[in-house]
Write a protein that binds this ligand. Sequence first.
Ligand code: AMP
Length: 145
Amino acid sequence: MQAEYDSNNIFARILRGELPCFKIYEDADNIAFLDIMPQSDGHALVVPKEPAVDFFGLSEAGAAAAIRATQRVARGVREAFQPDGVVITQFNGAAAGQTVPHIHFHIVPRYADQTLRGHAREKQSMDVLRQHADRVIAALAKLPA
Ligand code: AMP
């Protein structure tokens, strides 16, 4: 059972450059940007360029590339924010909590003294997102290739 891909979903539009994002990483197969409604500071999304609704619709090559990118971006986020832990999640289907129908991986830093903010609830200020994106970009630039 494969869900039909809607090429006008918000991440498809970001991938086409029709909508802005706080981009922190890009390679041939993925982009990563900050979640606009972060559950914690540094919450990032890795978005494969392949037009797949979810994990099941992604090719094996796309899945491998996405995991590699997720590991690299997570290293950058961890370096930039020095959280106590990092949760990596990926939701498939509305019942699992998926709200955007284009495959993506969440990188969610966890801080021991903070509870998570709600999922897709509250927009962060653009100034804060810009500063946070710059921190991750700088950390990623220092990682070995
Ligand atoms: P999911 O519920 O796993 O589909 O997650 C979608 C995520 O995308 C949520 O955490 C939202 O906060 C986030 N989101 C929605 N619109 C945007 C956007 N325009 N830019 C960045 N993140 C977004």
